[in-house]
Design a protein around this ligand. Structure first.
Ligand SMILES: [Zn+2]
Ligand SMILES: [Zn+2]
Ligand SMILES: [Zn+2]
Length: 258
């Protein structure tokens, strides 16, 4: 497995409704700690100078502005749920800056969803100023982009097959509720693992804390970060203290260097 110089930023670490949840009276949703405010899950990667973002949910525009991301080479999409896809129209400033379509990597079913949900982009004569998407279908095979090898990681989101991604010593998995043995084999030797953890109680379509800790125990990464969290993960200041020493609760804006 290649090693790269990797800088990452957690753009969003919240589950589909974000935290706080509209109208929720719970203490976490009313926390004054900025680490308890979670936009929809997305991640920025600088891999040897190539800028990638994993997923473009409802908060994409805000995430680009807040983290001062002014150059973006490509998007990797995990799956078609709106909290991972609803912000795609906001790639337009990058189109205008670069005068070219944004490469977007996704598997066939997700490509079909993008073409359906953003049909105006793919019209024969798109309305002037529409986003420009260079949608590229990927499979479970590793692919190259700008000299970087990207290994899609098949995981299950209830029974929906979706992708995580491994790039060198780093792996990113969100919205999973199970990981097949073949994918566990592809994760061997990973040094930094980002993985979804919704809450403490089990959930039908997302890992909970105990399930994730078991996976981390098996894979033994140097560092693991929990993301796609709901308000039920509790306060950052409290939950982060009860995790094993190599496991960190992610928060929006957290940076990692590998
Ligand atoms: Zn999600
Ligand atoms: Zn709440
Ligand atoms: Zn989902």
């Amino acid at each position: 497995m290649n090693r790269y110089s990797i800088h990452g930023i957690f753009l969003g670490t919240g589950t589909s409704q974000g935290v706080p949840v509209i109208g929720c009276e719970c203490a976490v949703c009313h926390s004054s700690d900025s680490r308890d405010k979670r936009l929809r899950t997305a991640f920025f990667l600088d891999v040897d100078g190539v800028h990638l973002v994993i997923d473009a949910g409802c908060d994409f525009r805000q995430q680009m502005l807040t983290n001062n991301i002014t150059s973006l080479d490509a998007l990797l999409i995990t799956h078609e749920h709106k909290d991972h896809l609803a912000g795609l129209d906001d790639i337009r400033p990058f189109n205008f800056m670069r005068h070219e379509a944004m490469p977007i990597f996704a598997e066939q079913r997700v490509v079909d969803a993008i073409k359906r949900e953003y049909s105006y982009v793919f019209a024969e004569h798109p309305y002037p100023g529409s986003p420009m998407m260079n949608v590229q279908t990927i499979t479970e095979e590793p692919f190259e982009y700008e000299g970087i090898t990207i290994q899609p990681l098949r995981v299950l989101h209830l029974n929906l097959p979706i992708f995580g991604y491994r790039i060198g010593q780093f792996a990113y998995i969100t919205d999973a509720s199970s990981i097949p043995p073949e994918t566990m084999a592809l994760l061997e030797g990973v040094e930094c693992l980002v993985i979804n953890s919704l809450r403490f109680e089990p959930h039908y379509s997302h890992f909970c804390v105990s399930q994730v800790l078991e996976i981390i125990q098996t894979l033994q990464p140097k560092q693991a970060y929990l993301t796609h969290c709901s308000h039920s993960m509790g306060f950052y200041a409290e939950t982060s203290k009860i995790l094993p020493p190599n496991v960190f609760l992610a928060y929006d804006g957290l940076k990692i260097d590998l």
